[in-house]
Ligand binder design. Sequence first.
Ligand code: IPE
Ligand code: IPE
Ligand code: MG
Length: 259
Amino acid sequence: MYRRLDAERLPHHVAIIMDGNGRWAGKRSLKRFFGHQQGAEAVQYVVETASRIGLPWLTLYAFSLENNLKRPKAEVNFLMRLLKSYLTNNVQRMNDNNVRIQYVGRTEELPDEVRERMQWAAEATKRNTGTTLTLALNYGGRSELVDAFRRLAAEVQRKGLRLDQVSEVDIHRHLYTAHMPDPDLLIRTSGEMRVSNFLLWQIAYTEIYVTDRLWPDFRGIHMLEAIEDYQRRERRYGGLNDGTESDDVESLPASQLAV
Ligand code: IPE
Ligand code: IPE
Ligand code: MG
């Protein structure tokens, strides 16, 4: 274990926005495709580090719904080819590392041969009990919420439920991630200070870590640095820190309470 990590306070779930492949290539006067290729290489290093430290959940934003809609067809096709070859070439290593793979997103809209390979990889690794690697593919946070609300509305109708009984738990139950804990830590590479429609519901209280390092240069050690930073944070979930004495408002003179 990386010596600076507190083994008692590891996150349960780390999510990563893998950004910067195009910029990595641009800095070398290469086509964006080379950046994606190097980015795919970087994935397995990080997955294996997650497995080594016993991280239960690692979720990687690999391809957004907006990427699918807004990028040139040639780039989208290349990303699909890369995904297929990543799966083909890495299932054995996932098995060696006890890693199980699954997916979130509107994956039914992906090309058939990609979906077949995805199913094959999920099937081949489903008995592994270490890290669960979740790839977000054709994923959008808002469309996940639309899908969840549609399913919830159907359930409300079918069961004749009262609307004032619908709670956060019911929304959570219909998310793609219903069986997963929310991320404790969200890492974004290449410096952009935005969420880009990733896990909008789930990151309500997630700690965010942004690094300028471009995704193809990101390795396991950099995830460990992010986790180390996370371990220095104090999570309050809207409450007070442990040990903070609550002010006794009742005993203050009215003059000190003017607002
Ligand atoms: C991230 O790299 C990978 C995908 C979104 C598929 P980008 O392709 O967004 O790279 P930049 O942001 O243009 O550098
Ligand atoms: C987010 O990166 C999506 C993925 C990493 C798959 P983008 O490059 O698509 O995000 P924006 O366009 O900079 O917000
Ligand atoms: Mg980008």
